[in-house]
Design a protein around this ligand. Sequence first.
Ligand code: G3I
Length: 443
Amino acid sequence: MVKSLRIPSFKQIQLILLVIFILGTLTALVLIKKQTDTRSRASSDTSQEAESGLKTGNVSTGSDTTASSGQYIQFGNPQLPQPTTISTPAATNPTPTAKPVQAFNAHAVLGSSVSPWYFNDSRSEATLKQYHFSLLAMENELKPQMVLWGLDQNSFMDTSRWNWGGADQEISVAKRNGWQIHGHTLVWHSNNPTFFNNLPNDQLKTFLQTYVTTVTSHYCGQLDSLDVVNEAFGDDGNPLPSGIWTPTSDYSISIWNKAFGGSDYIKLAFQWAHAACPSMKLYLNDYNAEAMNSKSNGIYTYIKNMKAQGVPIDGYGMQLHQGNISGQFEYGFADPTSVANNMKRFADIGVLVRISEYDQLVHDHTASTLSDQAKKAGALAAVCYAASNCTSFTVWGLTDGVSWYNGISPQPSDGKGYTPLLFDTNFNPKANYWTVHDALHLP
Ligand code: G3I
């Protein structure tokens, strides 16, 4: 049976359209609300992550240090677009240690070498304080003979057995007085343990690297400066010393030149030391090369080349031992003007200098020789004070009673010793202290 279709009335059509309109409007409202909720949640997530990134330091900006390492800058929200890679800026200065020399010479400080036993006598520290010393140099404590005392080739690598006691004691005196401390010296042809002499070259090279690296890193942050290499040059300025000190001794050719087949050990030692402690100021130290002469010319050229090659070196120590003991020590007397010229050429290549081991021999104790000693000391200290790059005037021992010359034979015939230092055996300042005092403008 077929039911007949009824046509809806006009009122019924109006009602149906109204219902459709209401339903459509409601659906549209629900959809709009959903979209709004999603957007606002997304924006609140982003700001929270950004905030947490700030708190944890994860949000980087263009000035962040990560930028210089050539990595992507990471933002807190990894969904956000990433900037492009920041490349490491090209080095503008190929010499890593070149520093304005003026920065280091607020004034050239007065320094003294010391040994730990100095401080068994309270007058040592009291004198250093009273007379305005502000730098201690380690006379012997970092030489391999001292640090490696009691060890042999089998125990060398056990660095827990190395002897730090003497150096530690000197550092503690310097620290409690706020003084600088200068280490001396890691690489020298002298005062090495005897077992160094019997090692095959390869093992000796490894031992030297271990020695330089271990000592420098052990005292990183504690020493201000360090003699890495000592007395490596001949009188002719060649870094293959021959005939220095005592020509008949085994010093005639350094064990280091022999082991390395040349002088490369000098540059390597500076590289090892710098790698172990980039903040420590590293010095090459030598004697009879304070004024302009063949030896200082050779050292100047060598250091200039080191810098050109990017080998890290900060300074050059001019020992400045003055006077002669015939046939043994022929230092002569350095002309102050020539020393000033020598300091200047190092300043011009950004290299610091220091007077590192000053003393002056007196053979007879007449008024005129003592006055000469005082005048010369003052003139040389004035040169250091005037030089923009001279960081300290350091004497090799505090009183005449402790000078290394006291162990040398012969002694002056008047029985008074060589009296090379600024204080007498009773810790009284001598005329040469006062000329140095004035030249350095000490209080
Ligand atoms: O401390 C030991 C002791 O325990 C041991 O019994 C004795 C046995 O010889 O040696 C003692 O070590 C001596 C050390 O001084 C500490 O007193 C060394 O033998 C002795 O050779 C050493 O002399 C030093 C010398 O360099 C050699 O290293 C002097 O004190 C020191 O003033 C002198 O300083 C040198 C600079 O380092 C470089 N420029 C020249 C300057 C003067 O020679």
